[in-house]
Design a protein around this ligand. Structure first.
Ligand code: ADP
Ligand code: MG
Ligand code: ZN
Length: 481
């Protein structure tokens, strides 16, 4: 019988904070912009420039730490991590090694086998590096320092996860906490949340951990899940062949679905950390900490409970709606306008979720305005359009944020309430389909559906199905015999 293995995973998660300016200068953190336009002497590492800490960075780090049940180091410090790399103009990164702002926390995750706590070793503040752009055409590399000095927190977990499922649940939990706090948008694709996966394998029941590797370059949950599976297999194969796992950093190539070694621990750098002499220690007095605690916004669990009480949503519905902060914000904004929470929840859960899936989009990227969804709900509710047309209009709201009132007007989608017109159309259809009329009279109910469909199509979907069925029965009855 083959041996049973267990995987052990710990994550290092980097999150770009949603501050307006960088961590140590007044440059904007705005994404995009022409290369090297969001820069100054501080974030391009000019000699003699001095960093000044952005207070908002400390506040976001504290907010995340508190939400993740951490202890706070009310006296914390910044250290220099020294290394050379072309995207790092100072030749060191300002980070925290000896006294990180938060430590010893946990988040609780839900998995198919129940609830579990994943411990957080620490959360520290640091600055992001610039970006290298490799231009293969010109055979050169270019550097853009716009991202240099953008604030990051790094959340380091204990090696507590035992499956890909737990890793995804942990990341989703972290992402939700941080999004609800407004501390970051946590977009993996855009790099505002980045996870490095440390993974080792051991025989089931063993008490010691195996040798781990660290995987980088994972920019979606799917890529993370695939990378974990790939690395698990690779390490087990090595062990089965009697070889040993080398502690190294590996880069996952999601297209090839395999990883390759970037650097091993043998040539690991000595970063020569030392306290940054340009930055004084950060003192977080009790009053400041209490103010952050008091200002913590409603997190998901509380929001879920409130939706069930305040809007009478089911637990299932509340769970889906609060599964994304943006979705929850939209829901509340729509409900505030139209005062129809059940309807607002339904459009989001059914139609919006369907379109998100179809277009492989994240809920965060929905851009339509709550006003337009509220208008659409009104139009369906007061019978101006029927539900089927409503779905078509919703798609336009979702994709282009069209004004539903104008769209319905322009496309002539209103329900035709003119009974005379409807009756004329139905009489024509009945006259043109004698076989169906015959079938109906012989008790074939399907014929009724066929004639209904014909009528709806002739009316371009703009008829009220109740009215069509009523008139149709009447007309068929009167021509009977
Ligand atoms: P380093 O100082 O080399 O960065 P750390 O002790 O800080 O190493 O650990 C980095 C990450 O690796 C943490 O998230 C930790 O949980 C995880 N980790 C440590 N040992 C293992 C192991 N044997 N297997 C899987 N993950 C591990
Ligand atoms: Mg580390
Ligand atoms: Zn700057």
């Amino acid at each position: 019988m083959s041996r049973q293995y267990e995987i052990v995973i710990g994550l290092e998660v980097h999150v770009e904070l949603a501050t307006k300016t960088k961590i140590f200068c007044a440059c904007t953190t705005e994404f995009g912009g022409a290369p090297n336009t969001h820069t100054c002497p501080v974030c391009t590492g000019m000699p003699g420039s001095l960093p000044v800490l952005n207070k908002q960075v400390v506040e976001y780090a504290l907010a995340v730490g508190l939400a993740a049940n951490c202890q706070i180091n009310q006296y914390c410090k910044f250290d220099r991590k020294n290394y050379f790399y072309p995207d790092n103009p100072q030749n060191y990164q300002i980070s925290q090694l000896y006294l990180p702002i938060c430590h010893d926390g946990y988040v609780e995750i839900n998995t198919t086998s129940g609830k579990k706590k994943v411990r957080i070793h620490e959360i520290h503040m640091e600055e992001d590096a610039g970006k290298l752009i490799h231009d293969e055409w010109e055979n050169c590399s270019l550097v853009d320092f716009n991202r240099s000095g953008v604030p990051l927190i790094e959340i380091v977990s204990e090696p507590d996860m035992r499956s890909g499922e737990e890793v995804i649940a942990y990341l989703e939990k972290l992402r939700l906490i941080i999004q609800y706090l407004g501390a970051s948008d946590c977009k993996l694709q855009e790099g505002s949340m980045r996870a490095d996966v440390n993974l080792s394998v051991r025989e089931a029941g063993a008490s010691e951990f195996g040798t781990r590797t660290e995987m980088k370059n994972l920019n979606s949950f799917k890529a993370i899940a695939r990378a974990i599976e790939g690395e698990r297999k690779r390490q087990i194969e090595l062990i089965e062949e009697g070889k040993s796992v080398v502690q190294e950093t590996r880069r996952w190539d999601d297209n090839k679905e395999s990883s390759y070694a970037m650097r091993s621990k043998e040539d690991a750098m000595d970063y020569r950390y030392f306290p940054d002499p340009d930055l004084p220690p950060v003192l977080i007095d009790q009053e400041w900490l209490d103010r952050i605690k008091a200002g913590q916004p409603e997190l998901r669990t509380e929001k879920m409970a409130r939706y069930q009480v305040e809007y009478s949503l089911s637990e299932y519905d509340a769970d889906i709606i609060t599964g994304s902060k943006h979705m929850a914000d939209l829901f509340e904004a729509v409900t505030a306008i139209c005062r129809k929470p059940k309807e607002a929840a339904n459009w989001l859960m059914v139609e919006a979720m369907r379109l998100l899936k179809e277009q492989e989009m994240e809920p965060e990227n929905m851009t339509f305005s709550p006003e337009n969804l509220a208008k659409l709900i009104e139009l369906v509710d007061n019978g101006t359009i029927n539900r089927t047309v409503g779905k078509e209009v919703f798609e336009q709201v979702f994709k282009e944020d069209v004004d539903p009132e104008r769209y319905v007007e322009e496309k002539g989608l209103k329900i035709v309430n003119d009974e005379g017109e409807l009756r004329t159309v139905i009489q024509e259809i009945v006259a043109a389909n004698p076989q169906s009329v015959e079938d109906y009279r012989n008790g074939k109910e399907k014929a009724m559906g066929f004639l209904m469909g014909k009528t709806m199509r002739a009316m371009s979907g703009k008829a009220d199905p109740g009215a069509v069925s009523g008139i149709l029965k009447e007309v068929l009855g009167s021509t009977r015999g």
